[in-house]
Each structure stands twice: as C-alpha cells, then as structure tokens.
Design a protein around this ligand. Structure first.
Ligand code: GRF
Length: 190
C-alpha cells in the first residue's frame, strides 16, 4: 500500500511509520511521500535521511480549499492510498476528505473525545484526569472528530509535567500508530 504522510513539525510519528515500513512491521507498504505545510519542519530532513521523497506545500495566503487541492494533487500523482496525518496542524477541507474516503487517519495525544485540539496533554493535566493516552482515528473535516480506530491508555502520575506526560504518551503514540497502519494495510490487502 502506498502511504503519504503529512507533517508540520518534528515528525517523530512519521519516522515511526517509516521505520516500521522499512522493518516490515507494516507489511507490503511504501512511504511514497512526506508532505509538509512548513518549509522548516524538522521532520523533512529526517524523512530525506531515510530516502523518502519530501514535498513542501505552503499555505501562502491561499484559501484552505486551494491549499488542500494542491496537496491532493501531490498525493494522487504518487497513487497514495492511505494518508497519515502526523502532527499536521491544519484541518482538512471537505473536498480533501472526500478525495480519500476512509483513507485518512490521524494520531492525537489524548483519549478522544476528551481533549481535542491543541495542548491535549496540558488540558488533561489541568482537568486532573488520572488516565489519558492517545487515539488513532479516521479524519473528517471536523477537529479530532472521526471514528476511532484504536486507543492506548497512559496513567497520569503525581508530579507529572506537560513534558513528562507528553513523553510517555508519545512513546505510546509511535507504537499505536504503527499498529493502526499495519492493521489497515493487512485488512486492505488480504
Ligand atoms: C503528536 O503528539 C501528535 O499526537 C500530535 O502532534 C504531535 C506530533 O509529534 N498530533 P510528531 O511531529 O509526530 O513528533
């Protein structure tokens, strides 16, 4: 299955997927392209180090529809079949979502539907929840809203800071995202 990964920053989830494709943990797959809306996203260099093609599609004052249409062209040009959002910091337009029905997924650092949006780990700490985690879900045009594929729970420890909690969640994110992609690939190619 041809994968396309969208990032805006660090790209650690993207690299987890790239590593798992390389090792065969995600079977029969190829990362066709990593696309960033930010030219300075640290993940771009990491993707190139793995020999993965990268493309930058900046928003540059255009409408969301225009920006998304350009990204869809880049994905379709490479016959991408599954789009993985990995720290991609923009909502997708309805037209983008319709271009890949049930073929766009995202990872979010909370147990959705709790704490959608920015700073999910900080939100969890502020609410005093004792269990949080991460969620892999299908993407629609609403924020962190689509059907849930899988979740991992992470205990909040006393004394946790945003940094310590985020680090423990991130570890789970990497393996949860790999498991979800692997499951979708196996299901789709069997
Ligand atoms: C992750 O916590 C992810 O869940 C959220 O943004 C962060 C991206 O981190 N959507 P990275 O770029 O994958 O390292």
């Amino acid at each position: 299955m041809k994968l396309g990964i969208l990032i805006s920053g660090r790209g650690s989830n993207m690299i987890a997927i790239v590593d798992a494709v390389e090792s065969g943990e995600i079977p029969d797959s190829h990362v066709a392209v990593v696309i960033s809306d930010k030219p300075d996203a640290a993940g771009l260099e990491k993707a190139r180090e793995h020999g993965v093609e990268t493309v930058v599609v900046e928003r540059r004052g255009r409408s969301r529809d225009e920006h998304d249409a350009e990204i869809v062209v880049e994905l379709k040009r490479r016959d991408v079949e599954l789009v993985c959002l990995a720290g991609y910091m923009r909502l997708l337009s309805a037209a983008f979502v319709r271009s890949f029905p049930n073929r766009i997924i995202n990872i979010h650092p909370s147990l959705l539907p709790s704490f959608p949006g920015l700073d999910a780990q900080k939100q969890a700490l502020e609410h005093g929840v004792k269990i949080t985690g991460c969620t892999v879900h299908y993407v629609d045009e609403y924020l962190d809203n689509g059907k849930i594929i899988l979740q991992r729970a992470v205990e909040v420890k006393s004394g946790d800071t945003v940094e310590t909690l985020s680090a423990r969640i991130l570890e789970q994110e990497h393996s949860a995202y790999v498991e979800a992609v692997s499951g979708i690939v196996s299901y789709s190619t069997q």
